[in-house]
Design a protein around this ligand. Structure first.
Ligand code: PGA
Length: 251
């Protein structure tokens, strides 16, 4: 099996003001700096206005920074949008794209997500492309088919294991406290691994994260599942102790 280093990503969503974000980021940077060699890379994705101050607060640490979205365009008359170059300018190495909350709240299509990912790649960002089925789709036995369609539509030409990470986030497990069982996760991640062939160069080395109610009490079990190469963590990433416990559960 290809050795893939784990990535533990914190998606802060629309939470926290500057003081909260700085405190959390500084705390985590201190832990990363003090930890020495780890079995994981740690990433935080704060809201846009916090990126510059958080980047200053974590400067010099191995804690990585990412955005929660970016535009498909490089600049211009696009009110409210944030260009990939603005993210790299703020010190980001990663960007989350196609999160189910953006697919639902903003009607983002697979084609738009692919265009955003291509723009992110052109700027040197690593795109974390999110996929996952709803509860009714799962109940109808369509989980793998839904994920296949999202992967086919959302991964742009030019994707490689170095510039693209996939996050499997079953919608019914996000923020609900309902976690997919290790067997559910194993089955979908194996399906995704197979589907990445031909869509991502060096597919065997591409990371596939699991997300949806990951917390300290279930992290070790989930992170040990085959083809689970890390976690995309929402609620539990807002508490330094919980996020760190999730990360250090990686072996
Ligand atoms: P959750 O969110 O950990 O709060 O379920 C995960 C996500 O949406 O990325």
């Amino acid at each position: 099996m290809t050795a893939r280093r784990k990535l533990i990503a914190g998606n802060w969503k629309m939470n926290g003001l500057k003081a909260d974000g700085l405190a959390l980021a500084s705390d985590l940077a201190g832990r990363v700096n003090g930890a020495g060699a780890t079995a994981f890379d740690l990433l935080i994705c704060p809201p846009f206005p916090l990126l510059f101050p958080v980047a200053d607060a974590i400067a010099g640490s191995a804690l990585a920074l990412g955005g929660q979205d970016c535009a498909a365009k490089t600049s211009g008359a696009h009110t409210g949008d944030v260009a990939p170059a603005m993210l790299t300018d703020a010190g980001c190495r990663y960007v989350i794209l196609g999160h189910s909350e953006r697919r639902a709240d903003h009607g983002e299509s697979d084609a738009l997500i692919a265009a955003k990912a291509a723009a992110a790649h052109a700027q040197g960002l690593i795109a974390i492309i999110c996929v996952g089925e709803t509860e009714s789709q799962r109940d109808a036995g369509q989980a793998n088919a839904v994920v296949s369609g999202q992967l086919a539509g959302s991964i742009p030409a030019g994707a490689t294991a170095a510039n693209t990470v996939i996050a499997y986030e079953p919608v019914w497990a996000i923020g609900t406290g309902k976690t997919a069982t290790p067997e559910d996760v194993r089955a979908v991640h194996a399906h995704i691994r197979a589907e990445l062939e031909g869509k991502i160069a060096d597919a065997g080395a591409a990371k596939i994260l699991y997300g949806g109610s990951v917390k300290p009490s279930n992290a070790a079990e989930l992170m040990a599942v085959e083809n689970v190469d890390g976690a995309l963590v929402g609620g539990a990433s807002l508490k330094a102790d919980d996020f760190w416990a999730i990360a250090t559960s990686c072996r």
